[in-house]
Design a protein around this ligand. Structure first.
Ligand code: PEP
Ligand code: MN
Length: 266
């Protein structure tokens, strides 16, 4: 169902009036984790100022260590929704448990499926039964074919509003957190009709590489960029090393828009 052979035209996904796909470019920006209302509100204001519609933030955090911050849960979703509503933004947030999907529908405009859950088939089926757009991240060890099959799981349950997100894969290279598989973007766009985004934060894990990686992504045809923004990254409860502070984010957007202007508001 996700194959370009079945449907030659690009899928366009409308998220609260923001169109992604077929020339519609939408970025997803916000903190790694929701920590407080004040934190999210500052980022939401910057996101709005930069003409971005999609505000991200993790409420249910899939952390490598059980002793690390696990997220605020539903309280985090409430904070995100409040901050987003104040600026007419749409909420993107990760759900990790099929049982949380229904509750999340009250708060999120896009359900994110994280890299670690790309092959959580029960979760894929659960979001496939909703009518919310899904941002599906590539598993860090998933082939492109496995990634496409994960999208197929969602679409086979009736939900065709899927955004694919390349977020880097694990290789022997240690200079970056993951290896950004940039060629997956045109491959996914040739093989499927779905919009494709690139997460520059988790793929590179390096603040100095966010802008060059984002430029490469838009140049190769990505329909949007995901990156993390925090008012004070040094004290962030997760991903302190690679989130942008707000002035850095403003500059990032200015430079990215100069490199490749976003199409006028669709
Ligand atoms: C995230 O985007 O918050 C995240 C945890 O990323 P990933 O699932 O790609 O590791
Ligand atoms: Mn993160």
């Amino acid at each position: 169902l996700v194959s370009r052979k079945k449907k030659p035209d690009d899928t366009i996904i409308d998220i609260k009036g923001a169109a992604i796909g077929n020339g519609g470019v939408q970025h997803v920006m916000g903190p790694c984790s929701v920590e407080s209302y004040e934190q999210v509100a500052q980022v939401a204001q910057a996101v709005k100022r930069n003409g971005i519609k999609l505000l991200r933030g993790g409420a249910f955090k899939p952390r490598t260590s059980p002793y690390d911050f696990q997220g605020l849960g539903v309280e985090g979703l409430e904070i995100l929704k409040k901050a987003a509503d104040e600026h007419d933004l749409a909420v993107v947030s990760e759900i990790v448990n099929p049982e949380h999907v229904e509750k999340a529908l009250d708060y999120v405009d896009v359900i994110q499926i994280g890299a670690r859950n790309m092959q959580n088939f029960e979760l894929l089926k659960a979001v496939g039964e909703t009518n919310k757009p899904v941002l599906l991240k590539r598993g860090m060890s998933a082939t492109i074919s496995e990634f496409v099959n994960a999208a197929e799981y969602i679409m086979s349950r009736g939900n065709g509003d899927i955004i694919l997100c390349e977020r880097g894969i694990r290789t022997y290279e240690k200079a970056t957190r993951n290896t950004l598989d940039i060629s997956s973007v045109p491959i996914l766009k040739q093989e499927t009709h779905l919009p494709v985004m690139v997460d520059v934060t988790h793929s590179t894990g390096r603040r100095d590489l966010l802008l060059p990686a984002a430029k490469a992504a838009v140049a190769i045809g990505a329909d949007g960029i995901m990156a993390e923004v925090h008012p004070d990254p040094a004290v962030a409860l997760s991903d302190a090393a690679q989130q942008m502070d707000i002035p850095t984010f403003d500059n990032f957007m200015k430079q990215l828009d100069e490199f490749a202007p976003r199409p006028a508001v669709q």
